[in-house]
Design a protein around this ligand. Structure first.
Ligand code: ADP
Ligand code: MG
Length: 397
């Protein structure tokens, strides 16, 4: 066991590159959000009537992931609440992030969080949805307040629980309190599934967040760097690389910040005196490995079985035909004791796997033999090996 000892001894002696590591986490809310004045002002204008005791319009905020929707909204809401407290205006913000994995009933959890925020209690389970709502409305009815209910990542709640909750929330009729709804979403098409009247009610006002470009991301990162790191430990080229990679990914500040955090952790573990471009490259690999493995772990068993077939066939050939995959698949499922799905169902699963980016499938013409679908794997070599190992473990092979 000499290795860990030597490693810890070295790490223990390495001075930390960080001044405040917290400043790079998702929860950290910077008090200054460059390039988002217009969006912040727009949200502030929508919510301002609550300060002179009028009900603000409902609003829908949308834009790509990592464009600052959550950060800007939270900051505006904090400032609004401060001002309301100062003026003794009765205002209450109920905020819920619907992006919590592994919780079966997202809608119940949202109502539960609201009830808690209003000082009530609701058990984890045991009550029906109707009972939970009754309790919630009772609490609201005791108040003479403007309530702003924020559903962050509302598309997830809609996908999970349908759109009934929107009917409920847009039609709440209370004795004294008023409720305004704010929905935040990465996905605009989701609103197409909502009844027209509800849709126009929720999107009385809209605020769109556009993607950041590389220069803007570099500024955002530099500002965060000053909070998070000792002076001079991050090389400018490393910042630019994180910015460029975030800009490639639909202008995503979250991706840039994650790259910077993981790059700094890599540099620190190496005992390097500064964060350089090579650490960002390594961070990029680590993050994509992590993402692929998480994606694989979240797949149903049939999907995993198919992935296993594709990865082993593509180990030999660059591309395989769906027919070959199916033959292999049929054999594997019988070994695993899984149900053998029809070629049509399998073809749908292949389309799923393509959509999430684990494989690439395309139709090729084979002259008089008609058309067939070819499949290839687009993961980098190292990630692919890890993926193959992970799948074997999951399937017990
Ligand atoms: P979204 O909700 O649109 O997916 P977030 O608001 O969560 O994005 O932003 C992602 C990350 O980037 C957060 O850590 C946030 O603090 C940071 N961020 C986004 N925009 C800015 C900005 N203009 N200035 C500083 N940090 C930002
Ligand atoms: Mg968000």
């Amino acid at each position: 066991m000499a290795e860990p000892r030597r490693f810890f001894a070295k790490i223990g002696k390495t001075p930390s590159l960080f001044k405040n590591r917290e400043a790079l986490t998702e929860e950290f809310l910077p008090q200054n959000l460059p390039y988002r004045d217009r969006e912040g002002d727009a949200i502030a204008r929508i919510l301002a009537p609550s300060l002179w005791k009028q009900k603000p319009s409902n609003a829908l905020i949308y834009g790509n992931p990592g464009t600052g929707k959550t950060a800007v909204t939270r900051l505006v809401l904090c400032q609004l609440q401060d001002e309301a407290d100062r003026l003794h205006v009765p205002l209450k913000v109920l905020y819920v992030n619907c992006n919590i994995k592994g919780i079966a009933d997202t809608e119940y959890r949202a109502v539960r969080e609201f009830v808690h925020a209003l000082g009530g209690t609701l058990p984890h389970r045991g009550l029906s949805k109707t009972e939970a709502y009754e309790l919630f409305f009772d609490l609201l009815n005791q108040r003479r307040q403007h309530i702003i209910v924020v559903f962050d990542e509302i598309d997830r709640l809609m996908r999970h629980s349908g759109t009934d909750f929107l009917y409920t929330f847009t039609r709440i009729a209370l004795r004294r309190a008023t409720v305004s709804l704010v929905g935040i979403t990465n996905n605009t098409t989701v609103m197409n599934y909502v009844d027209g009247r509800i849709r126009s009610s929720l999107s009385q006002q809209q605020v769109v967040f556009s993607p950041y470009n590389a220069t803007q991301l570099a500024t955002i990162l530099s500002q965060r760097m000053e909070l998070a790191f000792q002076p001079g430990v991050v090389e400018p080229a490393a910042i630019n690389k994180c910015a460029a990679l975030g800009a490639q990914e639909h202008g995503d500040a979250r991706r840039s910040l994650n790259l910077l955090r993981v790059a700094a952790e890599t540099a620190h573990l190496e005992g390097a005196p500064s964060v350089a471009v090579q650490h960002v490259d390594r961070a990029d690999e680590i993050i994509s490995e992590h993402t692929v493995l998480q994606l694989i772990r979240s797949q149903p068993r049939q999907h995993t079985a198919l992935l296993h077939c594709i990865l082993s066939l593509c180990d030999v050939e660059k591309r395989v035909q769906t027919g070959e995959v199916y033959t292999h698949y049929a054999k594997l499922v019988s070994e695993l004791g899984l149900r053998c799905l029809t070629p049509e169902r399998v073809s749908n699963i292949l389309a799923d796997l393509d959509t999430i980016g684990l494989i690439h499938s395309h139709v090729v013409s084979r002259g008089r033999f008609g058309r067939s679908r070819e499949i290839s794997v687009i993961l980098p070599e190292a990630v692919r090996k890890l993926a193959a190992e992970e799948i074997k473990t999951i399937l017990n092979l």
